[in-house]
Design a protein around this ligand. Structure first.
Ligand code: UDP
Length: 328
């Protein structure tokens, strides 16, 4: 039986990965310090004999007894509001955490994968973004703590690969959505869903002409799994290339949720990328992968999830003053 360590296991992507690897017949060790993760996301796994959970912060020395075949490092705050609230932890988990886990992978002779991000392209001057593009990142802006940690993470992973011959994979994840997204993380989808369910107006930042390309979580997990199992060791984009402006997206959500909310405009946060779309030619060619779930279907499933949240949970949002704070 393969043994797989997944960090960030109680988070959005981490918890879906735990489900997937257990389904593939792996023994899964989930690790999380629960700063942004939520045990609710993996509650259903606690009774599974092929799952165990370590409450641990990977920026401290990581010990796991027994062999490991795969290590997936998915622990990190991953939304602009989190980078503002916990900037040092964001830097540490990408830098020190990755170093600790690379050491563990080397010791266990395990295949190692890091969750990189489209953020390493910054506010991109090349469109759509190919893996060869070096990016346009502001190191000292509000997103710098995440972007630079992720760039360092890629760099140290390639160094372990080249210098120590470690078997490594780097997935560059673009905006992903679906059930278990954290309601109050400030990201646009939970923000709009929460607003629709609370009967508030939808807050579009800037004039809404900035674009994103949203990938449904099942597609993203499939791409990540295929990349891990492939023998491709350079970074690979995994995301949905179907691009939309944030204003159009807000209009779609109003239609989907059947509410009569209006759109209100707030200042655009600093360094908010104006456009983002993955070039997925490599994933198509090398993994035979492309997204299958369209936005209408994926958003419907996501809305069904948000509808299951209690009234108290819906009220627990602190993203409302986000664009104000982010201006500084
Ligand atoms: N956004 C928005 N209203 C919100 C939250 C976000 O218009 O209430 C915008 C944000 O400025 C950005 C886009 O939606 O242009 C996606 O933001 P998100 O934080 O989800 O992800 P990222 O910027 O990291 O892609």
């Amino acid at each position: 039986m393969k043994r797989t360590l997944i960090t960030g296991a109680a988070g959005f992507l981490g918890s879906h990965l735990c489900d997937r690897f257990i389904k593939e017949g792996h023994y899964v060790i989930g690790m999380d310090n629960l700063i942004t993760g939520d045990l609710k996301n993996i509650e259903h796994l606690f009774k599974n004999e092929n799952f165990e959970f370590y409450h641990h912060d990977v920026t401290k020395f990581v010990h796991v007894s027994g062999p490991l075949d795969y290590i997936l490092h998915f622990a990190s705050p991953a939304s602009p509001i989190d980078y503002l609230k916990i900037p040092i932890q964001t830097l540490k988990v990408g830098a020190l955490g990755t170093h600790n886990l690379l050491g563990l992978a080397k010791d266990k002779n395990a295949r190692f994968m890091i969750a990189s991000t489209s953020e390493i392209y910054g506010d991109p001057l090349v469109h759509p973004q190919t893996e060869e593009y070096y990016g346009n990142v502001n190191a000292i802006g509000p997103r710098g703590v995440y972007d630079e940690a992720k760039r360092f993470q890629e760099s140290i992973t390639m160094a372990y690969h080249r210098f120590h011959g470690l078997d490594t994979r780097i997935v560059r994840i673009f905006n992903t959505y679906g059930p278990r997204m954290r309601l109050n993380d400030g990201r646009v989808i939970p923000a709009f869903m929460g607003q629709a369910l609370r009967g508030e107006d939808l807050t579009v930042f800037g004039d809404g002409s900035q674009t994103r390309s949203f990938c449904f979580v099942d597609d993203e997990i499939e791409g990540i799994f295929r990349l891990l199992m492939s023998d491709y060791t350079l970074p690979m984009n995994i995301g949905n290339p179907h691009e939309i402006t944030i204003k159009e997206f807000a209009e779609e959500i109003i239609k989907l949720t059947g509410t009569d909310q209006k759109i209100v405009y707030k200042p655009l946060p600093k360094d908010d990328p104006m456009q983002r779309q993955p070039d997925i030619s490599k994933a198509k060619e090398i993994l035979g992968w492309e997204p299958k779930v369209g936005r209408a279907e994926g958003m419907k499933k996501t809305f069904e999830y948000f509808k299951t949240l209690s009234k108290e949970e819906l009220e627990k949002t602190d993203h409302r003053d986000f664009s104000e704070r982010n201006k500084k």
